[in-house]
Design a protein around this ligand. Structure first.
Ligand code: 13P
Length: 254
């Protein structure tokens, strides 16, 4: 049974005090009854990673993630953070290719392929983000657009490597806009992504990959989205900054 995942992406939010408050509320949540196929990933800014491990590291079903890593192993790259550094502090996962990284930091599909590789080499779970801008959705070419992102950043992986990857589909027009994809739009794209993976890697493997939806996921829409057959949870921005709402989202995993 493939994993159903509620993933928080705090983005560039929270002071230390706010981070402590959020993490302690998550730590108080009784996760002991989460079934083994339900997981929670909390992606925090770099300065709070070790703190997040302290609060959540031993918590049943919880994983801590970084929001980025560099595509080179080490060296003279001032200001960057390596996958090795993340694994050396026992971080579990890393977001790769969030649309904000692609847009504001010019991360190409090729660079993201390198980041996926280096994450896997360091035993970090890559949460690979894909998704189209509004203009592409309006031109109804989103399938081709997302297929290219998958092909250029993931299809060099062996089946064993791909099995370690979590995919997050985040239509850019739904991020931070309050304009969520409808349950049907999410399901349609997730089924397309799974079919593309099946073409490349076979249906059996495609059935094992978790595909998360991201873009204005809230406590009020998560049940509808997560109950779609190919939607395996969500990558949550704004709503994950409220512990009670994020816990509600965790509890709506199907
Ligand atoms: P929002 O949930 O704030 O729309 O952000 C989605 C997102 O980008 C998560 O990575």
């Amino acid at each position: 049974m493939r994993l159903q995942i509620a993933a928080a992406n705090w983005k560039m939010n929270a002071t230390l005090e706010e981070a402590k408050s959020l993490l302690s509320k998550l730590a108080e949540f009784d996760s002991s009854t989460l079934p083994n196929h339900h997981k929670v990933i909390v992606s925090v800014p770099f300065p709070y990673l070790m703190l997040a491990k302290e609060y959540l590291g031993k918590k049943h079903g919880f994983m801590v993630a970084a929001q980025n890593c560099y595509n080179q192993p080490k060296g003279a790259f001032t200001g960057e953070v390596s996958a090795l550094m993340l694994s050396s502090i026992n971080v579990d996962a890393v977001l790769i290719g969030h649309s904000e990284r692609r847009e504001y930091f010019s991360e190409s599909n090729e660079m993201l392929a390198q980041k996926v590789n280096i994450a896997l080499e360091n035993e970090l779970t890559p949460v690979f983000c894909c998704g189209e801008p509004l203009s592409i959705r309006e031109a109804n070419t989103q399938n081709e657009y997302v297929a290219k992102q998958l092909k250029e950043s993931l299809y060099h992986l062996s089946p064993e490597q791909l099995m370690q990857v979590v995919i997050a589909y985040e239509p850019i027009w739904a991020i931070g806009t309050g304009r969520t994809a409808s349950d049907e739009q999410a399901q349609e794209m997730h089924a397309f992504i799974r079919a593309e993976l099946a073409k490349q890697y076979g249906q059996e493997l495609a059935n094992e990959i978790s595909i998360l939806y991201g873009g204005s996921v809230k406590g009020s829409n998560s049940i509808g989205l997560f109950s779609q057959p190919d939607v395996d949870g969500g990558l949550v921005g704004g709503a994950s900054l409220n512990a009670d709402e994020f816990i509600q989202i965790i509890q709506s995993l199907s």
